[in-house]
Design a protein around this ligand. Sequence first.
Ligand code: FCB
Length: 452
Amino acid sequence: MTRLHFPDGFLWGTATASYQIEGAWKEDGKGESIWDRFAHSEGKISGGDTGDVACDSYHRWRGDIALLREMNLGSYRFSIGWPRVQPEGSGPANPAGLDYYSRLVDDLLEAGIRPFPTLYHWDLPQALEDRGGWPERDTASRFADYAEIVGRALGDRVGTWSIFNEPGVFTLMGYAIGIHAPGRRDGDAFLRASHTVNLAQGDAFRALSSVRADARIGSAFSMTACEPAGDDEADAEAAERWHAFANTWFLEPALRGRYPDAFPGGAPLEAMGVRDGDFERMEAPLDFVGINLYVRSHVRHEEGASWGLDARAVGPPGESGPRTDFGWEVWPDALHDMVLRITRDYDTPAIEITENGCSYADAPGPDGRIRDERRIDFFRGYLAALHRAIEAGADVRAYHAWTLLDNFEWSEGYRQRFGLSWVDFASSERERTLKESGRWYAAVADANGFDT
Ligand code: FCB
């Protein structure tokens, strides 16, 4: 048996997102978001589910904090709903919306837990989508205004921020593939959206820093370890392009003021709407790199595929790991490899694991306990891999399990359960019960490590 000990001061936490847990979709002056509109549209979400009530965390956040305490956690990554703060995405703040987050922050601090808000976890005010959404450049300036409002309201108590959650996912799924809000299927709109988001990231970084110079500001990027599907050079090069596209398309602009080499002929700057001065504007010296990681990718060279990338991600090869209920492959080395790649390529930046987790539907047994052994195995594997990356020199400061509660899993609705706590969606109280994995995680956080 080996004891894996994490560095002193390492933070253990969980992550959530506003639309996935809050509910109260039109309370206290909140405006409509693109996810409200999308989920209310016929046929978009499995089972016709919506986030109207979700885990009702807008009313039950005290219960959420009690769970965090029960798990001995030191960090809570949550997101702020832009339309709660600015119902129409511009103009004055809605005080009731800000009050909710202000109370949450106060109560977290009182519980000894670091509040770690994300400014944008996908719930764009619908009014801004009606004016063009992320493909429209003006949205970057609107976002910077919003960042400043939130920074002024919470910056006296919040020292660590994430600007975006998974910019690569919400631009691609929302504007090119259309299975996430706002449900557009337009490759050019996606390219423009990705550039606006890079501008917005730079603007928001400066807006938050102007409020509090010592704030620690990063973003949570979706990442996947990219491996060539075959042995030939063409697949190896395609895997590198996919890495640039999937992992660093929003990181390289911030840290280096340039787009990475994702497209064989260079980034399609004209189609993206890039103007003079934009490269300086998107640059932002992020204080940490947030990594959300679930799976690895196998990449094949394919002429003309994927919006001109000439690369396509294909399923895992013959030798592959077990699948979660979502069908995602369990492959802990992906986390190790990705963390070390970012460490190497960006001169050992501070890293926070901002999300990592798995969907298993294990339900309460006759005694009420939820024996989700597969989730414990998942975390054991990924945490051991992370520990190896730290031993090899990565500067990892925190780990956030996705997620605190079973919740609204986007287009999958409530059928994918990622929580360390079971939520009874049939009860009006949305009763929460810690799963066995939650108990295991509590022991890990308490000991700052575990035995393998
Ligand atoms: C990530 C999202 C998060 C959650 C997990 C399962 O892509 O950031 O909201 O849905 O996947």
